[in-house]
Design a protein. Structure first.
Length: 192
């Protein structure tokens, strides 16, 4: 699976070890990253004389360009970050399953993270505390729960007015929505 991994970059010096463990766990589990940014951006911080002058928006723009092709999103959200929050919101809009990781040693709590957020947030996100001992299990379980072969897939296609009229009529007659009518027709064809 293709996984979009995000974290607060302004505190990369402090959280590098945790973030490296998360990144390595994803790769060790046999998955690829939409953008493997960690080492390059850690080098940027180490070589910078003034971390506050680094333009993180450039990095965020790169992240946003790759987000759409991800199957899943894993966000380390222990530190407050507008960029991480924004990317999580975009992922919710794209209906991507999201694992929000909060380090067990942090003062943040998973219950305060989603206060005031729309119900869509809860249907696409999983919030877990992690530490060195459970990280592999937490990430592995999230990926397993969201494997493509276990989920209904969504796709869009164009129909002409005749097909639309038929689907509307069938939806009215059966009490189903148009996508359910179409799914039933496809399943009927498969089972012939």
């Amino acid at each position: 699976m293709i996984i979009h991994f995000i974290a607060a970059k302004h505190i990369l010096n402090r959280d590098y070890k945790h973030l490296r463990r998360i990144r390595n766990t994803i790769v060790e589990l046999g998955h690829s990253l939409t953008r493997d940014w960690l080492e390059k951006e850690y080098d940027t911080i180490r070589s910078s004389e003034n971390i506050s002058r680094i333009n993180w928006w450039i990095s965020t723009k790169k992240d946003l360009r790759t987000l759409a092709r991800a199957d899943l999103v894993i966000a380390e959200a222990t530190a407050e970050s507008l960029s991480v929050g924004y990317q999580i919101a975009v992922a919710v809009q794209l209906k991507k399953p999201i694992l929000i990781l909060i380090h067990a040693g942090a003062s943040s709590t998973s219950t305060s993270f989603s206060n005031g957020i729309s119900p869509d947030f809860d249907s696409f996100t999983t919030i877990k505390q992690y530490d060195t001992d459970n990280l592999h299990t937490v990430i592995g379980a999230f990926i397993d729960e969201n494997k493509i072969h276990k989920k209904d897939m969504r796709f869009n296609f164009f129909i002409n007015p005749e097909i639309n009229a038929y689907l509307k009529h069938q939806a009215h007659v059966t009490g189903k929505n148009k996508s359910e009518v179409l799914r039933d027709l496809v399943l009927k064809e498969i089972n012939k």
